[in-house]
Design a protein around this ligand. Structure first.
Ligand code: COA
Length: 331
């Protein structure tokens, strides 16, 4: 059976670090409050001269290098982002040029907030299995610092910037004990658009001086509601991935989930019955980097030697929309 597989990963992390102590000088908060409620200790912030495509290109180049595939052989670049370089053209087209991928190859962005990377992986999987493309680069990138209100302590403690990428290709899955992408599941509930969004900057409320004065071009979030749905839906998505593949919680070597908040991950761990010792976490050092968080965590877990060939990986993410997604991968 033809199955798609991740053959290279990469990440790009801005050099500037913003610690909880730094935030304490900006808003009325404390390190203890932030760590207890979120598990976050620091996050990385992109320097003003750079944009999402710069981070995305760096992560994409590293994924190509690790796979040993020249950028000129990449047939399609999918970028999951809600903080692209500009509303149009797509960030993926900037990445194609900066990476030195082929003019004429496919490049597009997709908008599924923090689930954007897993949505992208699912689309790449479909392209690869039908044989439309041979090499697909999937990138999650966010520069959330540019849409964060740094005077709002309810949101500014949560977010960070970064990019993660995977290079995917397809081939025979090895028969009896298949390796590669086993399944992806994508979900959305448009009844919950109002609990996590950036209202201003699109066609409904353009970025006019009057609208900008309301500061609603920054992330607006009902934290409690998002928290509740994040635990419930990420756990449900993860359970679906297990059930569809006839797998049990004990079969999972690593959960690589969206790094929104350590308490959300603990809630998912409880509901799915997989101990936190098998959740890879780096939210303490990066904060919530939205679509970048899953591929960044995957790349870091691989670099640390935690993932071995044959390991079952369970992916899950949830973001604005709401959108959520899960995937099962035999490494
Ligand atoms: N420092 C100190 N106090 C803060 C604070 C901060 N950074 N932010 C909020 N508070 C205060 C509130 O003002 C409130 O004070 P009050 O009781 O005097 O009114 C109190 O802490 C409780 O606020 P609340 O918003 O109810 O806290 P919470 O326990 O829900 O935690 C979040 C807030 C944001 C950490 C939590 O709701 C959460 O993690 N939500 C999910 C967010 C997320 O992951 N979003 C992205 C998903 S992709």
């Amino acid at each position: 059976m033809i199955r798609s597989r991740i053959v290279g990963t990469g990440r790009a992390v801005p050099t500037k670090v913003l610690t909880n102590a730094d935030l304490m000088r900006m808003v009325d908060t404390s390190d203890a409050w932030i760590v207890e409620r979120t598990g976050i200790r620091e996050r990385h912030i992109l320097e003003p001269s750079l944009a999402a495509s710069d981070l995305a290109t760096e992560a994409g180049r590293k994924a190509c290098d690790k796979a040993g595939i020249a950028p000129a052989l990449v047939d399609c670049i999918i970028v999951g982002t809600v903080t692209g370089d500009c509303p149009f053209p797509s960030t993926a087209t900037f990445v194609q040029k900066k990476l030195g991928a082929r003019p004429g190859s496919c490049a597009f962005d997709l908008s599924a907030a923090c689930a954007g990377f897993l949505y992208g992986m699912s689309i790449a999987d479909a392209f690869l299995r039908v044989g439309q493309f041979k090499h697909v680069l999937v990138i999650g990138v966010e520069v959330l610092s540019r849409i964060t209100d740094w005077t709002d302590r309810g949101t500014c403690i949560l977010f960070g910037d970064g990019a993660g990428a995977v290079l995917m290709t397809a081939g025979d899955d090895g028969g009896a004990s298949p390796r590669g992408l086993l399944s992806t599941h994508l979900f959305a509930d448009g009844g919950l658009t109002d609990i996590l969004l950036q209202p201003i900057g699109g066609s409904r409320e353009p970025a006019t001086p009057e609208n900008l004065a309301t500061k609603r071009h920054f992330i607006q979030m009902n934290g409690r509601e998002v928290y509740k749905h994040a635990v419930r839906n990420m756990a449900a998505g993860a359970r679906t991935a297990l059930e569809v593949n006839g797998l049990k919680a004990d079969d999972v070597a690593w959960v690589v989930a969206h790094q929104a908040n350590i308490r959300i991950l603990e809630g998912v761990s409880d509901r799915v019955g997989i101990p936190m010792s098998r959740f890879f976490t780096n939210v303490d050092r990066y904060g919530n980097t939205s679509s970048a968080s899953v591929p960044t965590a995957l790349d870091e877990a691989l670099e640390m030697g935690k993932i071995k060939q044959g390991d079952l990986l369970l992916f899950a993410a949830l973001g604005g929309g709401l959108t959520w997604a899960s995937a099962a991968v035999r490494w």
